[in-house]
Design a protein around this ligand. Structure first.
Ligand SMILES: NC(=O)c1ccc[n+]([C@@H]2O[C@H](COP(=O)([O-])OP(=O)(O)OC[C@H]3O[C@@H](n4cnc5c(N)ncnc54)[C@H](O)[C@@H]3O)[C@@H](O)[C@H]2O)c1
Length: 373
């Protein structure tokens, strides 16, 4: 019998991310020495049938069509929100008010003002929070950050980041929660990942010049008509970093042919890094210390040397997968709940990304550089 205390999870939503979180909980319990035994307590979704089916498939003991029952249940320790963006604030504030630790998918809330309210509520209540910026959990991003911080690239001059996919490239695709004028758009949806990675690697972004463009002006509303789209299909920004570097990011959901191009390049005085999420178990490193005539990007493959890869696999080059990043995220969050480590990416950090997104949008509207507040 386990001697670990139980941590009971109430999951809201059972779509793409709901399932990824369940994989995360399941794997984390197998590969990390977690401070808790995870219990999948109750799952909430929009109808009793959807919730019951998902609870059965995912291994939750109970289900409900009313997420408020999770918040009110004294047995539940963590409320895990994987519902559409516009619902995050109401759900998270209710969970925090009930004293629950709150795990929420990105983007934290439609507006930075909402994200601020959520971060401040969590801090006032003393509950632990986590936002789902899972790409930051990749051991190869940890390696890149260590190489940059350790000076292996020399002084950092430039950064290029993007997150491009094509899930909105079809103009006949329906209007979804991702098109909601309050907080929707490619920059918020996936450009937020590009911004999180940029700051994870290089530190704070201080100034932005945005260019956010709507390419598909209306979409089927699902009721036989069409609905105007006001949010960006492509959001780009030039960036200035506090460390003196300059660069750019792009969030693009109409990048035909691209499925998961979460990429970056970092240029320093003594070396460079190149990474693509399409091959995310690799990091490419160029060093000016190599002899002339022998220079070129070398491919570093993920290996047990790159923690926590070795938790998943003892052999180099065998690779981890997308859902494993959620397991790493879960393990970091549980360590924070237990007081063993700081929160890896809490609501305050989520507010930082939301503020960047809004500043880029405003810069695009006003057609000028803006300092990040
Ligand atoms: N971190 C990542 O890599 C990543 C990837 C995709 C999506 N996301 C984020 O995850 C969230 C969900 O996106 P998704 O792609 O999983 O969407 P989805 O549509 O696949 O799933 C959403 C789920 O929420 C449920 N839901 C809707 N309203 C609800 C309510 N009132 N009560 C309970 N359940 C409700 C839906 O029925 C569905 O099961 C979004 O915030 C999105 O930005 C993050």
């Amino acid at each position: 019998m386990s001697e670990k205390p139980k941590l009971r999870i109430g999951l809201i939503g059972s779509g793409f991310m709901g399932k990824a979180h369940v994989f995360g909980f399941a794997t984390a319990g197998k590969v990390f020495d977690l401070p808790y035994e995870i219990e999948l307590h109750t799952l909430a979704d929009v109808t009793p049938e959807t919730a019951a089916r998902a609870a059965r498939d995912f291994g939750f003991a109970r289900s409900t069509d009313d997420w408020r029952k999770l918040v009110a249940d004294p047995e539940i320790d963590v409320i895990d929100i994987t519902a559409p963006n516009a619902l995050h604030k109401e759900m998270a504030l209710a969970a925090i008010a009930a004293g629950k630790h709150t795990y929420c998918e990105k983007p934290l809330a439609p507006l930075a003002a909402d994200a601020r309210e959520m971060a401040e509520a969590a801090e006032a209540k003393g509950v632990k929070t986590q936002v789902g910026f899972n790409y930051l959990c990749n051991p190869m991003l940890g390696l890149a950050r260590d190489m940059i911080a350790g000076g292996e690239l020399g002084e950092i001059r430039g950064y290029r980041g993007l997150h491009a996919e094509d899930y909105m490239a079809d103009a006949s695709g329906p209007f979804t929660f991702r098109h909601d004028p309050a907080g929707g758009g490619a920059l918020a949806d996936i450009g937020s990942h590009a911004l999180a990675t940029a700051e994870y690697l290089l530190g704070p972004i201080t100034e932005v010049m945005g260019d956010c463009i709507t390419m598909i002006g209306s979409r089927p509303d699902g009721k036989g008509g069409t609905r105007k789209v006001e949010v960006d299909d492509v959001g780009r920004a030039f960036l200035r970093f506090a460390n003196g570097a300059q660069g750019s990011i792009e969030g693009n959901w109409i990048a035909t042919g691209r499925k998961m191009q979460h990429d970056f390049e970092v240029y320093g005085t003594r070396g460079a890094l190149a990474f693509t999420q399409e091959r995310f178990n690799e990091l490419h490193f160029y060093s000016t210390a190599d002899a002339p005539g022998r220079r070129g990007f070398r491919r570093i493959e993920a290996a047990p040397d790159h923690a926590p890869y070795g938790r998943f696999c003892v052999a180099a080059g065998h690779q981890i997968g997308f859902n494993d990043l959620k397991a790493i995220e879960v393990a970091g969050y549980l360590d924070a709940i237990a007081g063993r480590a700081p929160e890896p990416f809490n609501f305050r950090a989520g507010l930082g990304i939301q503020t960047l997104v809004e500043t880029i949008h405003r810069s695009s509207r006003e057609k000028r550089w803006l300092a990040v507040p």
